[in-house]
Design a protein around this ligand. Structure first.
Ligand code: SF4
Ligand code: SF4
Length: 291
């Protein structure tokens, strides 16, 4: 069983549309949306949730007003200014509380509870392309790296149980904790970039990250015809760093038309663009050893 991760280093390169098209083309696989802070694969695939699991991570302080004698100690010791002490009762801001437990330890009345924090949900679902695992963090919640790790772990276990050959994941943007969590130990990272200076910059950053973790990399240049100089620069970069350039995809309005219809480009129409996407997928499968 192999794991292929589609990433971009930045948002808006067409990564998710391509991941959905690859999912349409892939055989025995489970699809995984690891962009847990802003998932959007579901908009194209309309998954039907079969299992919903709550996600808890870290802890939060909650005052038991029955026990609190309003001494103000908790507000004095909180380094994060999460507790407002008034002459009525102290209140804790859930957005500011870092779950350090100091107030719990110092409260003389044992009036602060410290339950696990509810941060979101994750789902096992059915889609027209097969099973999918995805999640949704509650806005403002952290620990997306943990949720990514949890999804990957469950996707791999599910693939094994169902004798599937591949976990195909849509990765988070950037180079932070969620991406590292999505990347480590994967078999192949496919970086979707676009022919712009910011696309190049962010692609180079995430490529460095992949190299650091010794993950094989392939690059797709999307909208390669919007800036030929930039496309040439990405080509040079790939040659210089011995990176496989999987495909150069031109701007094609059919991609937008497909999205408007809620379809992938490979479902929407047979044209030059969808042929290029099919060829790109064949290359990716070969690189990951799944063809
Ligand atoms: S330290 Fe405990 S008793 Fe004192 S104000 Fe805070 S919660 Fe209430
Ligand atoms: S757990 Fe830590 S951050 Fe949260 S309110 Fe208590 S002292 Fe402040």
């Amino acid at each position: 069983m192999s794991e292929i991760l589609i990433i971009s280093g930045k948002g808006g390169t067409g990564k998710t549309s391509l991941t959905a098209a690859f999912s349409h083309l892939a055989r025995k696989h489970v699809l995984c949306d690891l962009d847990v802070d802003a998932p959007d694969l579901h908009l194209l695939l309309h998954p039907e949730n079969t299992v919903v699991t709550e996600f808890y991570s870290g802890h939060e302080a909650i005052i038991d007003i029955e026990k609190c004698d309003n001494c103000g100690v908790c507000s004095d010791v909180c380094e994060f200014d999460a507790i407002t002490h008034t002459n009525v009762l102290p209140t804790i801001s859930p957005l500011k509380c870092e779950g350090c437990k100091v107030c719990v330890e110092f409260c003389p009345s044992d009036a602060i509870n410290f339950p696990e924090k509810h941060c979101g949900q994750w789902y096992k679902s059915d889609t027209r392309f097969g099973p999918m695992l995805h999640a949704q963090l509650i806005p403002g919640e952290e620990n997306s790296g943990r949720l990514v790790a949890l999804l990957r772990q469950n996707a791999k276990a599910f693939a094994k149980e169902q004798a599937l050959d591949l976990v195909l994941s849509d990765g988070p943007p950037g180079i932070g904790c969620p991406v590292i969590s999505a990347l480590t130990g994967t078999d192949l990272a496919v970086i979707v970039t676009e022919a712009t200076p910011s696309g190049f910059h962010d692609m180079a950053r995430v490529t460095d990250l992949c190299h650091f973790f010794k993950i094989p990399v392939g690059i797709i240049i999307n909208k390669c015809d919007i800036n030929q100089d930039q496309t040439n620069e990405i080509n040079q970069y790939c040659r210089k760093n011995d990176i496989e350039l999987i495909a150069e995809l031109p701007h094609d309005v059919a991609v937008t038309n497909a999205m408007v219809k809620g379809m992938t480009i490979t479902e929407f129409q047979e044209n030059g663009f969808s042929d290029l996407v099919k060829k790109a997928w064949q290359k990716i499968e070969k690189m990951a050893g799944t063809s």
